[in-house]
Design a protein. Sequence first.
Length: 396
Amino acid sequence: MEISKIQKIIAQEGAEAWVLVDYENRNPNLVAFLGEKMLTRKIIMVIPAQNKPFLITHAIDTVYLQDEKTLANFDLCVYHTWQEMLSLEKEKIGVFKTVLMDISEYGLLPRASLADHGSVAYIMGLGVKVLPSANLLQLTSAIVGHEGLLSQQRACATSLKIKDEAFALIAQEIKTKGESDELRIQEYIAKRYDEEGMVYDEKPLVAIGPNASNPHYTPTPESHSKIKEGDVVLIDMWAKYKGKGEVYSDITWMGYCGRSVPKVVEERFNLVKAARDGVIEFLSRELPKRVVEAYEADDVAREIITKGGYGEYFIHRVGHNIADTESPHGPGANLDNYESHDFRRLEEGTSFSDEPGIYAPDFGVRSETDLHIENGHLIVVGGLQDKVIPILALED
C-alpha cells in the first residue's frame, strides 16, 4: 500500500503518526517497507499523517539504508549511543499527541502485538497517547480484493471437487476391501492438490470419530486409524494455486460410513450448520449497514451452539482470516471472542473462514466455508454443506 494512503488511514484512526519498532527484521510490517536488509541495531520507523516519514536508525546500519527507494520515502535520523536514540525519540515523537503502535489490549492479538513494552512505555512517558495499530495493519497486509476473491473461488472449486473424490474413494475402498484409512485419504488429497498445481503448508486433516474431537488431529505414518463402516469422517483441506497473490481455500466437510446417517450425527451437524449459517445471516444483514467488529460473529455462532446444549464442546474461535500468505491463517481479523477478543473491523476486500464445531468425546463435527466482503456485501466462497454425506450410499 502506498505511504500516502497509509497516512490517510492514520488520520482516520484519530492519530498523528504510526510508530513501528524493529530489531533484526523481526517486524514483518517494517520489513514490508524496507525489504530484507542487514539491519543489526534497533530501528524505529515513524510515518506521520502529514509530512515525510523518517527512520531513527543507528549509524552502523545507515550503509544499508542509502538505496534510492528508502531515501525517497524516509529521512534518516541517525544515533550512535542509546542516549542519542532516546533523545531523538523525545524530539521527533514527543511532539505528537496520539500515535498508533503495534500493540493490542492485554496482548490478545499476537500478530498485532509486535512493539516491545519498553519502547511503548517510553513513548507513553513522553505524554503521547498510544493506540493499537491493528486495524491499520489489517489494511496493509490482509486485503486481497477482487482478484484475490477470484483466486479463492478457483481454489475452492478445485477443493470441492477433490473433496468429492476423497469421499468416493472411501466408499469404494470400504465396499471392496472392508476398510479405508485416514492416512491413505490424506495422501490422496495431497497428491491431487499437487496434480492440480496447488500448494499447501500442511497436508489435510482426515479424522474419524474421537480423532475428529481434536481440532488439530492429523494422521501420521506412526499414528492413524482405519476407516470402517459406522465411522464419522471429518475432512479438513486447504490449498491455493501457485503464484503471487493467490488466496487459500479452506473447507471442512463431514461424512458417515453408512447408507444412512444416524440421528445423533445429523442432530450435531445440524446445530453446527445452524451456527455457520447464523454467522452468514448476521454478516449479510449487518455489513451493508455498519462497521462490524470480528468478535461479534463469534458471539453469534457460540450462542447458537450453547443454546443447543454443546457450548462446552465448541473449543475454538469460529473463524480465521485468509489472505495471500504462506499459511491459510492470514494476518487480518479473526472471528474470535473466545481465544481472544478480536476488536478489528471486518474490512472490505478481506476473506475469512466460518467454521463452528462440536468436539464431544465420541466424535467431532465441524462445517467450514470461506467468506469474502466485496462492495459491503458478504460472498460465500467455499460452498455450504447441507447434510452429512452417507458415504456408502455414494455410487460406485
